[in-house]
Design a protein around this ligand. Structure first.
Ligand SMILES: [Zn+2]
Length: 441
């Protein structure tokens, strides 16, 4: 009887390039040739982006396949060989890991996965869970990749999810400038939005589907369904050969890393959090163009930072005043000044009244009166009129910002950031079947 086999792979890439998704794309071809039946698109699972020792993307892969028991050994060795051949082993911080699990995913692995999305998960704990759940673990280096590989297996994307079509360059072109027509990307964007997202950055016009640097990805198109991605690929024009392409199912663009918390004690280093707080200090800009303000969360004070790359988003942060009620979303950084939330999003819930106190006018000559001292009333310097009962007038000033949700521009998005266009498009359990084709070769 055929078995369900889950393969989790993490951390085969490095700061210098390489890409875990490329290993997955190779495996799609190699396992297909072995006669394996894929139960799902390869899952591209982005994990907590705030882990300091992880690459910027912090992505892991899960392959879910149906396989005859006598083929399992063959598949295991094929997977391990592919990972070894394509990992940049020997480079610092590259500690790839592969895990195998047969049968349904145990609840404990799902729970570990939920935590790995927003928190730091201890490797020793992960290895214990793997042992208890009968997972086979293969790891290099310091075993840190095991957490990601297990978390990928544990995230079956039963809730909201998106798709990404990734194309890969042939070896001779890697490291050279990518030849992707910018006009065709703009055309693809117009033709497929909002079923695709984050193709371009509207503030700068920059193309966002192409990564920079030496990694093997030529471009990746993110979207709501695999049909739209196939259509989008046909519109994008490239001036170089494509070695292969694969459609992944993913938690990108879902905000699934941001954990809503109700207690300030839950604001801990490297977590991805969301909470409601009250602005506590006037925002100020520090060298480098970053905007900082403090918030009070049930009596505890935290810094919030809108960093320079968030562009126009900082203008919103600058307009806050003490007393505004906000929801802050982002990663927690431990800095010398205390814990700082690196803002990924900001919701203004309620604006405080902005008031200015002004001296009253003289009822006789209409010139502005002057205070005679605290609690002693006002006197007109022009005509001498005195009013011991006069007080300063409270004048409400207009606010030049509105309540609502504010998200930095696409160029500053994390892979997990849910863009404006996805609000209201969240999937609840439904998913698309395989389009034909979903990978070549
Ligand atoms: Zn007067």
């Amino acid at each position: 009887m055929a078995l369900t086999l889950h393969v989790g792979i993490d951390d085969t890439d490095s700061m210098q390039g390489g890409c875990t998704t490329y290993v997955a794309a190779l495996l799609v071809e190699r396992l297909s040739k072995l006669g394996v039946e894929f139960l799902d698109y390869p899952n591209l699972i982005r994990l907590n982006p705030n882990i300091p020792w992880k690459t910027r993307g912090n992505g892991a892969i899960a392959l879910r396949i149906k396989v005859e028991p006598q083929l399992v050994d063959r598949i295991r060795s094929e997977v391990l060989r592919t990972v070894e051949e394509n990992s940049q082993l020997g480079i610092e911080y590259v500690d790839p890991a592969v895990v195998f699990l047969t049968g349904p995913v145990p609840e404990e692995v799902k729970a570990l996965s939920r935590r790995a999305l927003y928190d730091v998960v201890d490797v020793g704990y992960a290895l214990k869970v793997a042992g208890r759940c009968g997972m086979e673990v293969f790891a290099y280096g310091d075993f840190r990749g095991v957490v990601g590989a297990m978390a990928a297996v544990g995230e079956e994307l039963t809730g909201d999810h998106t798709y990404e079509l990734l194309t890969y360059r042939v070896v001779e072109y890697r490291g050279k400038p990518r030849m992707v027509s910018e006009e065709s990307v703009a055309e693809m964007d117009r033709a497929t939005r909002p079923r695709t997202f984050d193709n371009l950055d509207p503030e700068t016009g920059r193309v966002l589907i192409t990564p920079r640097g030496p990694d093997p990805v030529l471009y990746g198109i993110r979207g709501e369904d695999p049909y739209t991605l196939l259509k989008a690929m046909k519109i994008v024009k490239v001036g170089e050969p494509i070695e292969r392409w694969v459609i992944f199912r993913s938690n990108q663009g879902t905000d699934s890393h941001l954990r809503w918390i109700d207690e300030p004690g839950e604001v801990k280093p490297y977590r991805a959090v969301a909470f409601r707080a009250v602005v506590y200090s006037k925002p100020y800009t520090i060298p480098g163009g970053h905007v900082i303000f403090r918030v009070s969360f049930k009596g505890e004070v935290f810094d919030c930072a809108a960093y320079e790359p968030t562009g126009g988003f900082r203008d919103i942060a600058r307009k806050l005043i003490p007393g505004d009620v906000v929801e802050v979303y982002g990663g927690v950084r431990p800095l010398d000044s205390g814990l700082t939330v690196n803002l990924e999003k900001l919701r203004i819930v309620e604006l405080a009244k902005k008031v200015e106190y002004r001296n009253p006018k003289c009822p006789k000559c209409l010139s502005t009166m002057k205070s005679m001292g605290r609690g002693k009333g006002f006197r007109c310097r022009k005509c001498g009129f005195r009013d011991p009962k006069a007080r300063k007038l409270e004048v409400e000033l207009p606010r030049d910002v509105k309540p609502g949700l504010y998200i930095p521009p696409p160029r500053a998005h994390r892979h997990l950031t849910k863009p404006y266009s996805r609000y209201g498009q969240e999937k609840k359990g439904m998913r698309y079947g395989f389009v034909e084709p979903w990978h070549i070769p």
